[in-house]
Design a binder for this molecule. Structure first.
Ligand SMILES: NC(=O)c1ccc[n+]([C@@H]2O[C@H](COP(=O)([O-])OP(=O)(O)OC[C@H]3O[C@@H](n4cnc5c(N)ncnc54)[C@H](OP(=O)(O)O)[C@@H]3O)[C@@H](O)[C@H]2O)c1
Length: 239
């Protein structure tokens, strides 16, 4: 895939793997994230073909500045994450739920709105939801609600913003910094029990998702879909 791609959330995990993959395949990649140091180390790793900006996707003026500085964009990828971790439904404070909305759903909406005036005809927007949307894992109600909100945007925007294409990837469990809320040993234990409960027998890598994002951004006949990349976890444990 060629052309100019902006990845908001591109300084870590799935976004960084997407930047790595797209840049290796010839795209002109711009990454954005809040933390300057994280941005600098991502850029150092990605090399000279990739540029970046410190941007908070909850801030509309930051986003407007990003897209006006970058100019015309062919593809926008949003990999911004909200709060991590799980909470039993009975214990979710409304204030906590609103941090999920403001941390993930609103930045997705704000990024799309800021990008639109700069998107090339035939451009694409690719979002990242989560297997928690439509899932039934206890204590993931806040994640499920927000990610279902991200997925609900996809078919509406695919029609309303056409010919811009709009798609999403819904990842299963992926080994990224999102899981750093758990200490190393607890994380290793969770990963190994989730891998055993997944038909492919492992949890995912950031590049598993980057590969799906590359397909959705690059395939000009695909719009309005959510691709589930979860190793078959939604189907239940292998028998
Ligand atoms: N890892 C999983 O198991 C998993 C599973 C399902 C879905 N997902 C989804 O996949 C997406 C990517 O997650 P990941 O696992 O790659 O997480 P990650 O490694 O923590 O990366 C998140 C990225 O988003 C950036 N970010 C967060 N808030 C931002 C904001 N307000 N403005 C700009 N950038 C922001 C972070 O940089 P700064 O913090 O420096 O801003 C970082 O670059 C998220 O939407 C997550 O919900 C992940």
């Amino acid at each position: 895939m060629s052309n100019r791609v902006v990845i908001v959330g591109g300084t870590s995990g799935i976004g960084l793997a997407t930047a790595r993959r797209l840049a290796a395949h010839g795209a002109e990649v711009v990454i954005a994230g809040r933390d300057q140091q994280r941005l600098a180390s991502a850029l150092a790793e990605l090399g000279p073909g990739v540029t970046g900006r410190a941007v908070d996707a909850r801030d509309e003026s930051d986003l407007a500045r990003l897209f006006s500085e970058v100019g015309e964009v062919d593809h926008v990828v949003v990999t911004v994450t909200g709060p991590s971790g799980t909470t039993p439904f009975r214990e979710i404070a409304l204030e906590q739920l609103s941090t999920h909305v403001s941390g993930k759903l609103l930045p997705h909406v704000a990024t799309i709105q800021a990008a639109l005036p700069h998107l090339a005809p035939g451009g694409s927007i690719t979002l990242v939801s989560s297997a928690s949307a439509g899932g039934s894992i206890p204590a993931t109600a806040a994640l499920a609600a927000v990610n279902a909100g991200v997925e609900a945007l996809v078919p509406v925007l695919a029609v309303e913003l056409a010919p811009v294409r709009v798609n999403a990837v819904a990842p299963g469990v992926i080994d990224t910094e999102w899981w750093n809320f758990l200490p190393d040993d607890a994380r290793a234990e969770v990963f190994s029990s989730l891998a055993a409960a997944t038909p492919v027998g492992r949890i995912g890598t950031a590049d598993d998702i980057a590969q799906a994002i590359e397909f959705l951004a690059g395939n000009g006949f695909t719009t309005g879909i959510v691709v589930r990349v979860d190793g078959g976890a939604r189907l239940g444990a292998p028998k």
